[in-house]
Design a binder for this molecule. Structure first.
Ligand code: ADE
Length: 244
């Protein structure tokens, strides 16, 4: 069975509690398909105050998360190991930062097959660069904006990745047909009533002609992608577009 273990290093594990208790994620966890292990960084602090940050060398506003505390927290993860040859972590250690590579559906697919990975949530001004140098294998960003911490980004990554684990979605097909899964945006969808404020559901969807419906949905996906996200069209095979 293709299951997934995600470790999260955070100073606010409580932020994840309700997030993990609802919907698809709850079901994935209940079924044992996804395992999320929250690691409170503060538990690895070296003093009785639970200090996780300090002022930056060279001065400047804001605080920096301590490399020694972060490393100690990482090492509490039982499966965390360094490779004998290059001393690099064997399990991916992913630091969430706006400086990272953009997280997209392709990255979600890749991580869903990793078996296990570790997400590091930063807070404050920065985390000590030596921790990044020694222990981080990859940096990911969820967009060109700055959040107050990596927790929101970690939740986005966990959600996007968990739904790709086979057995998590009730109808796995619907996961495969999501926007982006084939490089295109999803088509428009409708439900009852047939007429809402003078707007009628497209006739083809009421026709019962499954081949025609399939064709219409594919064409709408392509039209939408061209209109709303022309940048995505570059990645889609030209002959897909020739149909319209
Ligand atoms: N931490 C703060 N901002 C972030 C972002 N945009 N993506 C990932 N992690 C972050």
């Amino acid at each position: 069975m293709n299951s997934l273990t995600i470790h999260v290093l955070t100073i606010f594990p409580g932020m994840f509690e309700s997030f993990l208790r609802f919907g698809i994620l709850k079901r994935a966890i209940d079924k044992g398909l996804v395992n999320v292990c929250l690691q409170a960084i503060r538990d690895s602090a070296f003093d009785r105050h639970g200090t996780v940050d300090d002022t930056p060398y060279g001065g400047g506003a804001g605080m920096v998360m301590k490399a020694d505390v972060l490393a100690a927290s990482l090492k509490t993860i039982e499966s965390f190991r360094l490779g004998k040859r290059d001393n690099a972590p064997l399990v991916p250690v992913i630091y969430l930062t706006p400086q990272g590579k953009h997280f997209d559906q392709q990255a979600a697919n890749r991580l869903s097959m990793a078996g296990e990975f570790i997400l590091v949530c930063g807070r404050y001004r920065a985390i000590d660069e030596r921790f990044v140098e020694l222990y981080v294998t990859e940096e990911l960003s969820i967009g060109d904006f700055v959040l107050s911490g990596g927790e929101g980004a970690a939740m986005a990554v966990i959600d996007a990745v968990a739904r790709l684990i086979p057995g998590v979605m009730q109808d796995f097909e619907s996961g495969m047909e999501d926007s982006f899964q084939d490089g295109l945006l999803d088509c428009p969808w409708y439900t009852r009533p047939e007429i809402f404020e003078n707007l009628k559901v497209p006739d083809v969807l009421l026709s019962g002609n499954h081949a025609a419906i399939k064709k219409w949905r594919r064409e709408e996906s392509m039209k939408r992608t061209r209109l709303k996200r022309p940048d995505l069209c570059e990645n889609v095979k030209e002959n897909d577009f020739e149909q319209i």
